[in-house]
Design a binder for this molecule. Sequence first.
Ligand SMILES: C[S@@+](CC[C@H](N)C(=O)[O-])C[C@H]1O[C@@H](n2cnc3c(N)ncnc32)[C@H](O)[C@@H]1O
Length: 180
Amino acid sequence: MAWTLGIVIGGMTLLWIGWNLTLDALWQPTDPITMKRLLHLSEIQPGERLVDLGCGDGRFVVAAARDFGAIATGFEIDPFRVLFAKVWIWLARLSDRAKVVRRNMYEVDVSDADVVILFLSATSNFRLQKRLREQLRDGARVVSYYHPMWGWQPDMVGKARDGYPIYVYRMGDSLGKVSR
Ligand SMILES: C[S@@+](CC[C@H](N)C(=O)[O-])C[C@H]1O[C@@H](n2cnc3c(N)ncnc32)[C@H](O)[C@@H]1O
């Protein structure tokens, strides 16, 4: 009995790891200091809407709602991380202004976001940027840790705790020549 259970749990874990390896961006949580830095650089204001695409365990969503008074939404494809994030939000009593939804980030509507947070991969940023460009209003900010957006002119570039760049983009003409 114990053997069977072990084989089933081991098999499911291997399947889960294998499936994760097929994603464009693997899970790697942002450290708390870098996270705070990104949120400050985003200039998120109380009542503004923040979206984290590929939100992992929901740490940006929790911090933005709790420490910055934002209305925060995270989209994550991994059901286990979504479950973890939902419990975290519930325990932190932030359900009125924070939520995490299990969705494919390439399909979500971000048109009402003031700030979009990205910590993904070069491929993901490339796949997302047309959608971001088309949907976000002028003045909205895209803040990407580590990976730049192709061909966009950053408003500023900050530094994470590990020395890697934090790119801040402001939608509008200052983005420069971009492909729509
Ligand atoms: C590098 S982690 C970043 C997690 C979190 N934003 C943070 O900074 O701590 C990237 C996350 O994107 C998620 N992800 C990858 N592809 C996705 C997709 N198509 N839709 C939604 N989430 C996705 C992964 O499961 C992973 O949790």
